[in-house]
Write a protein of this length. Structure first.
Length: 144
């Protein structure tokens, strides 16, 4: 006697059945209309870091750059792979001290400019001191 099928179930008892054999399933009911326009969250690492191995975070101390909106306690995102150019804010190492200043290079002179009236610009003598550009500041995270 042949078995009667009252309905056709998706699972037929075969061990080769997989989840891909089910065309679709919606066990939660209707989706929200806004789901079609939903975007994934903002990833700050993706937005602010272009070269992950060369990027570092620093906490600013002092008020040498308040004219550019960099205050003590702010977090600086510094990329070491970017070449320093005129007008860029850089982290420089001068005689073992790390400084955050605006970089200016002319034909034979390098100057580090603070963005405050309390400090003077530093003329770097490449013959008599130890100097290097550690990295270029790309972003500043400032707490309100």
């Amino acid at each position: 006697m042949a078995e009667e099928y009252l309905y056709d179930a998706a699972y037929k008892g075969s061990k080769t059945f997989s989840q891909w054999d089910v065309p679709h399933a919606n066990a939660t009911g209707f989706g929200a209309a806004a789901d079609d326009y939903a975007e994934r969250g903002i990833d700050l690492n993706e937005q602010l870091i272009k070269n992950k191995p060369a990027t570092f975070f620093f906490r600013m101390s002092g008020d040498a750059m308040i004219g550019t909106g960099i205050y003590g306690g702010d977090v600086l995102i510094v990329d070491r792979s970017i070449k320093a150019a005129n007008g860029k804010v850089v982290v420089a190492v001068l005689n073992g001290e790390m400084l955050v200043r605006r970089f200016e290079k002319t034909f034979n002179k390098i100057r580090l400019h603070p963005e405050t009236n309390k400090l003077a610009a530093i003329d770097v003598d490449l013959n008599g001191c130890e100097f290097s550009i550690w990295g270029v500041v790309t972003y500043v995270i400032h707490a309100v």
